[in-house]
Design a protein around this ligand. Structure first.
Ligand code: NAD
Length: 483
């Protein structure tokens, strides 16, 4: 069992109190690196969900001032940074990523609270210069209302931070539902909130348990004004259907299939270094991980060698051990899925230039997947069409710029893309033709709190981070006052 000063409770948090499931049912949480049981948390369903929504709604009767919200946001920023190592340890134990990487996640998460604490003035009302129809026109940013925040397991803290920081800034009340695979980081986060900050009861609630039952209640309950969801395109699409009867506001951050385009004139060492940093974060389980490495023909073999050389130096192991670069995958299903993509590509003619098929997972074996690099991947292979979500580098060739753009855009997903090329002007022209919400030019970096991030097409809609992320959580109200 896990022991931590931040885990005095293993329960949900509703209306200002720690609570279990009405049924008394529990869900186990395991360490993916060791298989050890970390804790058991309540398996809540629709009744607890409706109770949390009612508490959130009641808490919104008294609006909070901008000064109060700024204090909360800065307080959370400080609390996260002060407890960075311990929070990161909990992330590593339940999610698997290396401890130093988990600490970067905590800093990244804190950045959203800090950023919005500094930009609350952007929500102040403004008047329109012209005074048409003999009226004075003022535009207000009103809180959306009660928001449901649903997050995945790959960034147990950061994915929530993006949403909650903006929701608090906009003066919304929140009901939070983390993944059942990684609930402990959220429990620790809520215990920090309780210890360090005086939020009104019901303002922020934590539900743990069954995704289906909780999700259905969030979609059905008319008091939930908006659902902000990060996760798979499949579940995102289900939420669209289920909320359609109520025309509920949605912000959806869904799956990716990122192209990583390397032109022949690019600095190949830089492109290879950035690829390693981008591709192996969270063992390749991030939505912005390069999924298809598109390399100009004349340098494709040289680039594959450079990547392979770097990949051979990566260490796979328990994220709490020193010197580990890649932790385990989240579970055995994830392992089988990645292995399926590897085998399908090998069957269809891809070449393994680093790593190999790691074989079937034994019953008691942890899902460590050694990184592999595949060259000569083509569009008939499943790994080029689906989100691999694992430490598998798949290198494809292109002949010229037009083909690179066509291949990059040959997906219904549009989250992140990367372009490596010496001529910045050309890189910018290529970026303009890509249907992706985030494009890195000569960098494999992902999002940051200060800039908007989000997808196009089936990668979802809405933005997180930046002022755009804040505006997701407000409704614009226009007041026309007769003069
Ligand atoms: P998932 O869709 O299975 O689950 C995400 C969350 O939704 C979890 O909390 C889960 O319990 C919940 N959920 C599942 N079924 C639900 C339902 N019917 N109703 C309501 N909630 C439900 O995704 P995952 O496996 O946890 O995460 C991996 C996916 O997330 C990948 O596709 C990845 O690309 C995506 N992702 C996207 C971003 C982004 O910013 N676009 C960031 C991180 C992850």
């Amino acid at each position: 069992m896990i022991s931590s000063p931040l885990l005095k409770e293993f329960r949900g948090f509703i209306d200002g109190s720690w609570v279990g499931a009405d049924s008394g049912e529990l869900l186990e949480v395991h360490n993916p690196a060791t298989g050890t049981l970390l804790a058991a948390v309540p398996n809540m369903r629709n009744v607890e969900t409706d109770r949390a929504i009612a508490a959130a709604r009641a808490s919104m009767r008294i609006p909070s001032s901008a000064a109060e919200r700024a204090t909360w946001l800065s307080g959370i920023d400080h609390a996260l940074r002060e407890n960075k190592e311990e929070l990161a340890r909990i992330i590593t134990l339940e999610q698997g990523k290396p401890w130093p990487e988990a600490q970067v996640e905590v800093e990244y998460a804190a950045g959203f609270f800090r950023y919005y604490a500094q930009h609350l003035d952007r929500l102040e009302p403004h008047t329109i210069e012209e005074e048409p129809k003999n009226c004075r026109w003022t535009v207000y940013s009103r809180p959306v209302g009660v928001v449901a925040l649903i997050t995945p397991w790959n960034f147990p803290l950061a994915m929530l931070a993006k949403k909650l920081a903006a929701a608090i800034a906009a003066d919304c009340a929140a009901v939070v539902k983390p993944s059942a695979k990684t609930p402990l980081t959220m429990v620790a986060f809520f215990s920090l909130l309780e210890d360090k900050l005086q939020f009104p009861a019901g303002r922020i609630n934590l539900l743990l348990g069954q995704a289906g039952a909780i999700g259905d209640a969030l979609c059905r309950n008319p008091s939930v004004a908006m659902i902000s969801f990060t996760g798979s395109t499949r579940v995102g699409s289900e939420l669209i259907t289920k909320t359609a009867p109520q025309v509920k506001k949605l912000a959806l951050e869904l799956g990716g299939n990122a192209p990583y385009i390397v032109f022949a004139d690019a600095d190949l060492d830089r492109a290879a270094d950035h690829l390693i940093a981008n591709k192996f974060r969270a063992a390749g389980q991030t939505c912005v991980c390069a999924n298809r490495i598109l390399v100009e023909d004349s340098v494709a073999d040289r680039f594959a060698d450079k990547v392979a050389e770097r990949v051979r130096n990566l260490t796979v192991g328990d994220g709490m051990d020193e010197g580990v670069d890649i932790g385990p995958l989240i579970d055995a299903n994830a392992y089988e899925k990645v292995r399926g993509y590897l085998r399908d590509a090998l069957d269809k003619g891809a070449r393994c230039v680093a790593g190999a098929d790691p074989g079937e997972l034994e019953d008691d074996q942890a899902p460590f997947f050694p990184p592999a690099v595949l060259a000569d991947v083509n569009e008939s292979m499943k790994c080029s069409r689906q989100e691999v979500f694992g430490p598998l580098v798949t290198i494809m060739r292109f002949a010229d710029e037009d083909e690179a753009i066509a291949m990059a855009n040959n997906t219904s997903l549009g989250l992140a893309a990367y372009v490596f090329c010496k001529a910045l002007k050309r890189a910018e022209q290529v970026a303009a033709q890509l249907h992706f919400g985030h494009v890195g030019l000569n960098t494999g970096t992902g999002p940051t709190p200060e800039a908007p991030f989000g997808g196009m097409l089936q990668s979802g809609f809405g933005r997180e981070g930046g002022l755009e992320g804040l505006h997701e959580f407000v409704e614009v109200q226009t007041l026309a006052a007769a003069k």
